[in-house]
Ligand binder design. Sequence first.
Ligand code: URA
Length: 238
Amino acid sequence: MKQRLQKILAGAGVGSRRACEQLIREGRVRVNGITVTKLGSGADPAADTIIVDGERITTEKKIYLMLHKPPGYVCSRSDESDRPTVYDLLMPVSQRLFTIGRLDRDAEGLILLTNDGDFALRAAHPRGKVGKIYQVYFKGQLSSQGRKGLERGIVLDGKRTLPAKILSAKRFRDGGVMAIEIREGKKRQVKRMFLAVGCPVQRLRRVAIGNLTLGDLRPGKYRFLAQWELDKIFTQRP
Ligand code: URA
């Protein structure tokens, strides 16, 4: 059955739908030996030979898993400084999987991986659809003004972040721990938000994406997700 080329590529785990559109535009996709650069083009994944950057695409079974990333691992597939990557933890299933969003090297907690580009695009929606909960250990004393600032949004890169929800907070002598839900994924967002209110982050752990929680999955371990668990990602918390 004919489908749009970018949909086939995303479905085959090449990347998000947007990334696949870019590959087509760049002339890196060939169908039955002919380079295709028009976005609306269709192909039949069962009958046509589709090649991206010289590699044949196969429509494979969709895989979804959650990993408890320990600190010290990068989310990229290969690291120029040869630091450990999350893919080292996923042997032998790491083939063609990619992370949905990223966690910094020193951050830990819940990260999702899949070979389903469409799903990844939906789950990583940049503005507001899926909340992510972080447990944040920070230094310094958070003022009530700082707390309000986090809740209302902090200006980062010239734009205010979406309002965040503080779910719990505890003070220590020189710092505290807070559970906070944010709805975007700007680079180093949580660290930059806390820095902006004078409280540098010491430890950052993601504990939930939507209503899907890390639970008792141990650091460095992963498990496959069932459909009903995937649905939890998109259900709103009250
Ligand atoms: N915010 C950060 O600052 N770092 C992460 O890894 C995730 C969210």
